[in-house]
Design a binder for this molecule. Structure first.
Ligand SMILES: C[S@@+](CC[C@H](N)C(=O)[O-])C[C@H]1O[C@@H](n2cnc3c(N)ncnc32)[C@H](O)[C@@H]1O
Length: 386
């Protein structure tokens, strides 16, 4: 399929401009950030490239129909206007994700059911047989989104959400989502620092999502390379040749990037041994086991290695999910002291769901970015350590 298609990559609230910049850097065309994601255009391979390489997107959608949808009947008829037989085999499986805002149809479960009925009725009427529903691993995942009674119907090229890279085995304590960790690193401009050979340190690394994502960036590893399956894998319109070429290129870049990443540039510390073990296991599954040094150590004792300065990136506990009894103010003060005493000349990025605690760092942020950790409004505070 070489025709020009329009795509929509979704992302968490607050990440849109970073996602648009990432998609442009991937060489994608006509990129524009919009609420909840970014649009781009190109042949089907452009959508595949975003699935394979975007570290920040949640999903990549390929819209196939748009229609006015003020009632359930309009939804049903609009869904039936799509030639579903071009996308899915009669004996295949499907799932429908439905969401709506400011629209007459509000109930997601009802909307999904109605949309699914239209698809299977179309098959039954044409062929006497119908696909079945599989909400977990369908051959085709269809996304229906209603905004002010305007429906956009898309094929979900990602399938399972893209933050599931395939390396996370151990959860650790309160781990960040992989694409949120990647957004934090992009906001801190780690990809450019990594190219310049900078160090990366997380003094409270937990299961190390920030460090695994940082190492994948530094080693030029496509985040989707560890996944077994995407939403397009069983799509009838799938262009296996285009996908195979992208994977082959990504594997070459991975081999060169991993071989070229020095083992003493990325360091993780945590006072909790289970976190240290969890990170080591995640690194093993990401194919990066010798590329990040992990040590059990309290934040007060964190020091950089000799060499050029770099970035300290950290997501300290903030009382939402970890023990609220901890003396968090003292912990932030200890982090602030460690940064000032041990990391002069470095950049720091501190991600917290409790900005009041950040005052205890006793450092002046030069940039503050709002990001969302699920429903929690969080701040990403950027510092230049004097
Ligand atoms: C919110 S978790 C970090 C999660 C991590 N960003 C991830 O995605 O897996 C905070 C971590 O700080 C660690 N921690 C708390 N107090 C510490 C201290 N004084 N020194 C070092 N680590 C500490 C905890 O063990 C926990 O793993």
């Amino acid at each position: 399929m070489s025709e020009k298609l329009d795509f929509f990559a979704t992302c968490a609230k607050g990440v849109e401009p970073l996602l648009a910049a990432e998609l442009r850097a991937l060489g994608l065309d006509a990129v524009r950030d919009t609420r909840g994601g970014a649009t781009f255009a190109g042949p089907v391979a452009a959508g595949y490239r975003a699935c394979l390489w975007s570290r920040l997107a949640s999903r990549v959608l390929l819209p196939v129909a748009r229609f006015h949808c003020p009632s359930p009947l309009d939804l049903y008829e609009g869904m039936r206007s799509v030639k579903w037989w071009e996308h899915l085999d009669t004996d295949g499986t499907l799932a429908v994700d439905f969401s709506a805002s400011n629209s007459a149809i509000t109930h997601a479960h009802f909307g999904a059911l109605k949309a699914k009925d239209a698809i299977v009725d179309q098959f039954r009427d044409r062929l006497g047989r119908r696909p079945s529903v599989d909400t977990a691993l369908p051959d085709l995942r269809v996304n229906v989104y209603l905004e002010r009674d305007q429906a956009t119907v898309s094929l979900d090229l990602s399938g399972e959400a893209l933050h599931r890279r395939g390396y996370r085995v151990q959860g650790g304590k309160a781990p960040l989502k992989e694409n949120l960790a990647a957004a934090i690193l992009h906001s801190a401009r780690w990809p450019a620092m990594a190219v310049d050979g900078a160090q990366l340190v997380d003094p409270m690394c937990g299961a190390g999502t920030l460090l695994v994502e940082g190492a994948l960036m530094a080693a030029d590893v496509a985040p989707g390379l560890g996944r077994e399956r995407f939403g397009f894998s069983r799509w009838l319109g799938h262009d296996g040749q285009a996908w195979g070429a992208l994977v082959a290129e990504a594997r070459e870049r991975q081999a060169a990037g991993v071989a070229g990443l020095a083992p003493d540039r990325i360091h993780g510390y945590d006072r909790d041994m289970r976190s240290v073990n969890a990170l080591n296991e995640n690194l093993y599954h990401a194919g990066l086991e010798d590329k990040v040094r992990v040590t059990r150590r309290a934040v007060e004792d964190t020091e950089p290695q000799p060499g050029p300065p770099g970035l300290v990136v950290v997501n300290p506990p903030y009382g939402e999910r970890l023990g609220a009894d901890d003396d968090l103010a003292a912990l932030y003060a200890a982090l602030g002291t460690a940064l000032k005493v041990n990391f002069p000349g470095w950049r720091a990025a501190v991600f917290t769901g409790n900005p009041d605690l950040a005052h205890h760092l006793r450092l002046a942020a030069d940039r503050k970015v709002t990001l969302y950790n699920g429903p929690i409004v969080c701040r990403l505070l950027h510092y230049g350590i004097g």
